[in-house]
Design a protein around this ligand. Structure first.
Ligand SMILES: NC(=O)c1ccc[n+]([C@@H]2O[C@H](COP(=O)([O-])OP(=O)(O)OC[C@H]3O[C@@H](n4cnc5c(N)ncnc54)[C@H](OP(=O)(O)O)[C@@H]3O)[C@@H](O)[C@H]2O)c1
Length: 324
């Protein structure tokens, strides 16, 4: 029998009827090392994490699958059903005829027979081929969202994933999707943090029964822009006065929005720290200070695209809409 971890992460019921642990470990890394990642994931399971966020484009599916298999062998979990695995469809496979083979590749990398959640990673489609990042501007093509979503629905109907959803979708893109979706998106995973609070999108998703999960909750791994969360004076003042870290103040605020969190740490102490957010709350005065923090979208399509070249067949006006 698997031993109980000290922290039990609360669950959120998605529109699909399945339960999702509200805090996930992110596995994208600027310097991803599969051996290190495997050890980190096993540590995370010991601490109490049960939800892991991966993507075909992160190169972390293999290490995650191995870590889960080892956790099973070690008796840290009893069965595959004890963990919740999210993966994502990359832009090069964002074509109706590529979705099924893409999810099968992800499952093969993970050595699993189903995902818990499969997301369209971006509302962007590029010429089919191997995963590329950044995307070549000339290779961006119009997205057949209706056809891709139908194929996502097929993945769920075939039992290859329990739930389906999207990522980096604005209210406008969601509105388009909802017009033809037979299975509504269960989740929209978007950048959400104290420097990009996403109140309009949150209100819209709440109304439509779409669960938001916040990626880049600590401001992201910023190669492209300064981190406005971990360096915020406002947050430092709140954190010092409360005896918490800036990261904990940030994660607690997101939790209080009623949304899920995907936070990446490959450090055991910080993994622990990021779960110590459940038994206390922010005061109204602290929330008011947080509302005053300057807003700036960090994860834009600009950072997805190679700097050279130009878009030939689409513009991104409806993807980069700024909704505060
Ligand atoms: N759907 C999408 O398009 C999308 C985009 C971006 C990210 N994501 C997902 O969301 C996950 C999280 O986003 P992210 O990785 O970009 O950024 P993030 O979680 O906001 O920040 C991660 C960075 O913060 C550090 N960190 C973690 N805990 C900390 C703490 N308690 N105190 C101080 N620093 C701390 C980490 O370093 P250490 O590892 O050294 O602790 C790492 O450098 C990703 O891993 C990925 O799974 C999805």
């Amino acid at each position: 029998m698997a031993s109980e971890p000290s922290t039990k992460i609360p669950l959120k019921t998605l529109s699909s009827g399945h339960n999702m642990p509200i805090v996930a470990v992110g596995t994208s890394g600027l310097s991803f090392d599969p051996d290190n990642a495997k050890g980190v994931i096993i540590e995370a399971i010991k601490i109490g994490y049960r939800h892991f966020d991966t993507a075909c484009s992160y190169g972390s599916e293999g290490a995650l699958g191995e870590a889960i298999a080892e956790a099973l062998q070690l008796g840290l979990i009893e069965s595959r059903a004890d963990v919740f695995i999210t993966s994502k469809l990359w832009c090069t496979d964002n074509h109706p005829e590529h979705v099924l083979s893409a999810i099968k590749t992800s499952l093969s990398n993970l050595k699993m027979d189903y995902l818990d959640l499969y997301l369209i990673h971006w509302p962007i489609s590029t010429i089919p081929g191997p995963v590329t990042f950044p995307l070549k501007r000339e290779e961006v093509m119009p997205l057949d969202l209706k056809g891709v979503w139908k194929a996502m629905e097929q993945c769920q109907n075939l039992g290859l994933t329990r739930s389906i959803g999207v990522s980096n979708f604005t209210t406008k893109k969601l509105e388009e999707l909802i017009q033809f979706a037979k299975i509504p998106p269960a989740v929209n995973q978007v950048e959400m943090n104290l420097a990009w609070q996403q109140q309009k999108l949150k209100e819209y998703c709440t109304k439509k029964g779409i669960t938001i999960t916040a990626h880049s909750p600590l401001g992201g791994q910023n190669r492209f822009y300064p981190n406005l969360v971990l360096t915020s004076d406002v947050l430092k003042e709140i954190a010092d006065a409360k005896g918490k870290s800036i990261a904990q103040i940030s994660l607690r605020w997101i939790l209080e929005q009623g949304v899920g969190i995907v936070v990446k740490s490959f450090n055991k102490e910080r993994l622990k720290q990021n779960l110590e957010i459940f038994n206390w709350e922010l005061t109204e005065a602290e929330r008011a200070k947080i509302r005053s923090i300057q807003q700036r979208k960090g994860v834009t399509t600009e950072i997805m695209l190679a700097s050279e070249g130009s878009l030939t067949s689409v513009d991104f006006a409806d993807i980069d809409i700024v909704e505060t």
